[in-house]
Ligand binder design. Structure first.
Ligand code: PRX
Length: 663
């Protein structure tokens, strides 16, 4: 077995490897002693135990039993490839598990959410209040004729009524389909149509960087094209002028005013649909990912509890938007199932002050932060001085999700935000997986910056080559999952063939995640980005992630995005977009230095052909870099679909820059 490249030498492709293993990271961080001594998981044997079929069943059976069932389940799971079912025959209601259970146990006065609005107002909502409001809305939805099995679209800003809306749907057995509030009317209409939603819950508007976003107007536009929606429930948030369609539109506050604060929960089968969440493909029609009830709830509750090491006194802040799966699983369902006190923040983390996020963390004495690498790199760009005035000493654990985290960003997060005392859990998962799949367990795992470390107990993952043969340690290939897990998707709404085709046809019997991955000699998993982003330079398949990480490890670089551009000699050549940290200026000398830096860090074959300095990068609204657009710009092609782009002016800004070819 060849262990690829200790860094400098020109590596030959490893036997069986499909993606080169270029970057080597030597730093290790064992769990801090103070943290480990009171962690929920302290015995590493759990990983071994849960790897056997018997141990796996025992683990999830114990987690299933933590939930409150109206009728107990029989068999733990069945696996009729590619369809799994979990907690067979069990009946439960998700809202009961997230709310009533805690109130009944005497925790009604515990804060479920501290809500902080961008303009400054705040609310603390207890579990009892959340239950009562959920019941009022559940009754109101029933009064409008919404029934078990219906689908309800939700298009809202980050206000407490958003989780209330989701929980109210769960209470009456209607599946919700949350559409991120930043999406256009077109995106909303397409998703409503696909699911044939009967109702929509929205708001007049929401705040983002000081401006009021006109949600109701977008919703109205969408409803003109989506006749399945008979009722629209509107939260008054901004007080802005709105159009009103009598008979269809209802003010939320009027609708719930006279409703009782109790509502009978619908008994749901463990396999009944809890929600749909659409993942935006870059070109194809979005996929309505289906998540069901019992397995999903057990999966997100267990992973939330053990990975974030949740104790009663924690104040947990997941900074994602509830419109993404991260918010569904780790702001709403996982945390509420665990009776956690959380923070919901409506606005941008750096508005109106660069340290707005740190002010909020300090104010509520947050103990756990969970955010995305893109946010961490944005904070790096401002520098640690930007939040020097905020006391972050309450923090004890940090998390990352959504993209590979560059080792330098990881180290910065650990040092400046975590004060060198907080484990950083880099969590790999997807909308489709529903729950975190590859992750450290903070009380036992020795961390390596940039690695999501190991599969969660019971998760069976592997890294394989094109033919499906496992790649030996030290090499890179494609990530696959080989055993069902409770929160896994149950299909694509209305499109079983696409489900089969997308996830199960490339490696029959195994779930194809679409991500590149390598394992080091010790078996640590390093995610390498989407396989579509892998570059082919002179026959070497190089992950964009590794080149980006090498660039970000240079002190002048805040952020980098790397794409392959057609090259007559090498097939593809490495083209880099670089955002500098404040205090650095673009120059030819710096460009040459960065190219050398990458060659030195990961090998000459990965030496960039071209560096382009840019003030910004095109990102999706969830913060992922749109490499597809960057490829178009690098190839000087006209741009493809830009509907998921967060800020269209960025593309023009990049096109205005010049990049000089080097060789
Ligand atoms: O490419 C992986 C990346 O995000 C993809 C899933 O995106 P989405 O369904 O939007 O869900 C995001 C939140 C779970 C994955 O296929 N990704 C997510 N987390 C990581 C990651 N890549 C590397 N490291 C991670 N920790």
């Amino acid at each position: 077995m060849t262990t690829q490249n200790a860094g400098k030498a020109e590596p030959a492709p490893a036997e069986g490897a499909t993606i080169e293993n270029l970057l080597r990271e030597e730093r290790t961080f064992p769990p801090p002693a103070g943290f480990a001594s009171r962690a929920l998981i302290t015995d590493p044997a759990i990983l071994e135990q849960a790897s056997t079929e018997e141990g796996f069943r025992a683990f999830w059976d114990a987690e299933g039993k933590r939930l409150e069932w109206m009728e107990p389940y029989g068999e733990l799971y069945t696996w009729d490839l590619p369809y799994a079912k979990w907690f067979i025959g069990g009946k439960l209601n998700v809202s009961v598990n997230c709310l009533d259970r805690h109130v009944d146990a005497g925790h009604g006065d515990r804060v479920a959410y501290h809500w902080e609005a961008e303009p400054g107002e705040t609310r603390a909502i207890t579990y009892r209040e959340l239950l009562e409001e959920t019941c009022r809305l559940a009754n109101a939805l029933r009064s409008l004729g919404v029934r078990k099995g219906d689908r309800v679209a939700i298009y809202m800003p980050m206000i407490p009524e958003l989780p209330v809306a989701m929980l109210a749907c769960a209470r009456i057995g209607a599946a919700h389909s949350v559409v991120f509030g930043g999406f256009s009317s077109e995106a909303l209409a397409g998703r409503i149509d696909d699911a044939q939603c009967v109702a929509l819950i929205t708001a007049d508007g929401g705040y983002r960087k000081g401006a009021a976003v006109n949600l109701k107007a977008n919703a109205d536009e969408a409803l003109r094209r989506s006749p399945s929606v008979k009722h629209s429930v509107v939260v008054r948030r901004t007080g802005q002028e709105v159009e009103w369609s009598e008979g269809r539109d209802h003010w939320y506050h009027e609708l719930i005013a006279d409703q009782p604060a109790t509502a009978a929960p619908e008994p749901m089968d463990s396999e009944d649909l809890l929600y749909l969440l659409y993942t935006s493909g870059t070109t194809a029609k979005p996929k309505g990912i289906m998540h069901t009830t019992g397995g999903y709830l057990a999966g997100v509750a267990a992973t939330h509890r053990y990975i974030f090491d949740i104790h009663d006194e924690d104040v947990y802040w997941c900074m994602a938007d509830i419109g993404w799966v991260t918010g569904h699983s780790y702001i709403v369902y996982g945390p509420l199932a665990n009776g956690t006190t959380g923070i919901i923040y409506e606005g941008a983390i750096d508005y109106p002050d660069k340290d707005r996020w740190a002010q909020i963390a300090a104010k509520y004495h947050a103990t756990i932060l969970y955010t995305a690498p893109t946010a961490i790199r944005a904070l790096m760009k401002y520098g640690a001085d930007a939040f020097a005035r905020d006391d972050l000493s309450s923090l004890r654990l940090l998390g990352s999700v959504g993209e590979p985290i560059n080792p330098e960003a990881w180290a910065w997060y650990w040092k400046y935000i975590g004060g060198e005392r907080c484990p950083v859990v880099d969590t790999w998962w997807q909308t489709e997986t529903g729950m975190i799949m590859i992750t450290p367990l903070p009380g036992i795992t020795t961390l390596k910056p940039g690695s999501a470390t190991f599969p969660f107990p019971g998760v069976k993952a592997d890294v394989v080559d094109e033919s499906g043969t496992p790649v030996p340690l030290g090499g890179g290939g494609y990530l696959v999952l080989e055993r069902p897990w409770p929160a896994m998707l149950r299909g694509i709404y209305g499109d079983p063939e696409r489900y089969q085709e997308t996830y199960w046809s490339r490696y029959p019997g195994r779930y194809f995640a679409g991500d590149g991955c390598k394992r080091d000699d010790e078996g640590y998993y390093w995610l390498l980005g989407r396989v579509d982003d892998v570059m082919n330079v002179s026959g070497h398949r190089i992950s964009t992630t590794e080149v980006e990480s090498a660039l970000v490890s240079h002190p002048a670089v805040a952020e980098a995005a790397v794409v392959g551009r057609t090259d007559p000699v090498t097939g593809q050549a490495i083209f880099c977009y670089v955002i500098l940290r404040s205090g650095n200026e673009p120059s030819d000398a710096l460009s040459a230095e960065l190219r050398e830096h990458v060659a030195g860090a990961i090998g000459k074959l990965a030496r960039p052909k071209q560096i382009m300095f840019t003030p910004d990068l095109p990102k999706t609204r969830s913060g992922k870099i749109m490499r597809r657009l960057l490829r178009d710009i690098a190839e000087q092609r006209s741009l493809g679909d830009v509907t998921t782009l967060a800020d269209e002016s960025v593309v023009e800004a990049i096109r205005g820059q010049s990049g000089k070819d080097e060789d």
